[in-house]
Design a protein around this ligand. Structure first.
Ligand code: SF4
Length: 310
């Protein structure tokens, strides 16, 4: 019944409750997954979406098994995230392993200094790096509470661009930084960044408290900014992408114990929903739990369709 309703709303959406069908693309499992390697990060973003920064850091053997399973299930792209994934002790070995398995490796980081330290060892295994930049120069440093963070990132990005690794930038748009977005986009363009993402605040982690304290940037302001950015850069080499994180299940995340969660989910306190465990559940059970709430499939579809352009 739920699926019939969904199919009416989204004619492209598949009716099987055991698979994910987007347009002419059919998936047995989630094509893009975020790996939560660690809660450790040297930055202190006031809206950090990770609910548990002191989470257990699992042995690499867990992640080797998790990624092998994901590859067999058909996942194509891994976002290495945390905390800061570069803080994970075996990040080099893990990236090498997933590259050999044939994944697209996308590393998410805000720590340019750590990236520079590890760069020589990891460059061969990176497809792209997405930096978090929330304002320009010292204003960014103030947000993440690390003096020099912006220039460290700037230096790491220069090295990556020279070595032909694709670089993307994300800004979490808040009520405090909307005036800086055009400047950040211009900086991205000058730096030859390929994609500039504007993200809405997530409620998981510190996001909910941040929203309660400062509110969110008004939708009209964000859409006005997006229109300006798209007009200015549509014929240039900078793609502008907006995810407001207001729909269910835009992100599918796997922790080191195999737990798989969706984020966002509307229920407090975590604003995430556990849908199973990669190391102990069957694919069918995980997809079935995911599909129990039809908003999950429609939210994830909306998120992915911008990527797959269906
Ligand atoms: S860089 Fe990421 S993990 Fe680190 S504090 Fe900021 S949002 Fe959290």
């Amino acid at each position: 019944m739920e699926y019939r309703l969904l199919c009416k709303q989204f004619p492209d959406l598949g009716c099987s409750h055991r698979t994910l069908n987007f347009g002419d693309k059919h998936f047995d499992f989630f094509p893009r997954i975020g790996l939560k390697l660690t809660g450790v990060c040297r930055l202190k973003c006031p809206f950090c979406c990770e609910p548990n920064r002191r989470q257990t850091v699992y042995d690499i053997s867990n992640f080797l098994e998790i990624t092998e399973t994901l590859r067999k299930l058909g996942t194509e792209l891994l976002c290495f995230t945390g905390g800061d994934p570069l803080s994970y002790p075996n990040i080099e070995k893990l990236l090498m392993h997933t590259k050999k398995l044939g994944f697209y490796n996308l590393l998410l980081t805000g720590d340019g200094a750590l990236l520079k330290e590890k760069l020589n060892k990891i460059i061969p295994y990176l497809d792209a790096v997405r930096f978090s930049i929330h304002d320009m120069k010292m204003e960014h440093d103030k947000i993440v509470k690390r003096p020099g963070a912006f220039s460290e990132m700037n230096e790491a990005l220069d090295i990556l661009i020279k070595t032909n690794v694709d670089c993307f930038v994300t800004t979490v748009v808040t009520s405090l930084n909307t005036n800086s977005i055009l400047d950040i986009a211009k900086w991205c363009f000058n730096k030859k960044v390929k994609k500039y993402f504007l993200f809405g605040l997530m409620r998981s982690g510190k996001g909910g408290d941040f929203i309660n304290k400062f509110g969110e940037a008004p939708d009209e302001d964000i859409y006005e900014l997006l229109a300006k950015l798209k007009q200015k850069y549509s014929h240039q080499q900078l793609e502008i992408i907006h995810y407001d994180y207001k729909r269910n299940a835009e992100c599918i995340l796997v922790y080191g114990d195999g737990q798989i969660v969706i984020d966002p989910y509307p229920n407090p306190p975590s604003f995430q929903l556990e849908i199973g465990n990669i190391l102990s559940d069957t694919r069918e059970n995980i997809i079935e739990r995911f599909n129990k709430d039809p908003e999950n499939l429609s939210g994830h579809y909306e998120h992915l369709k911008r990527y797959y352009k269906v």
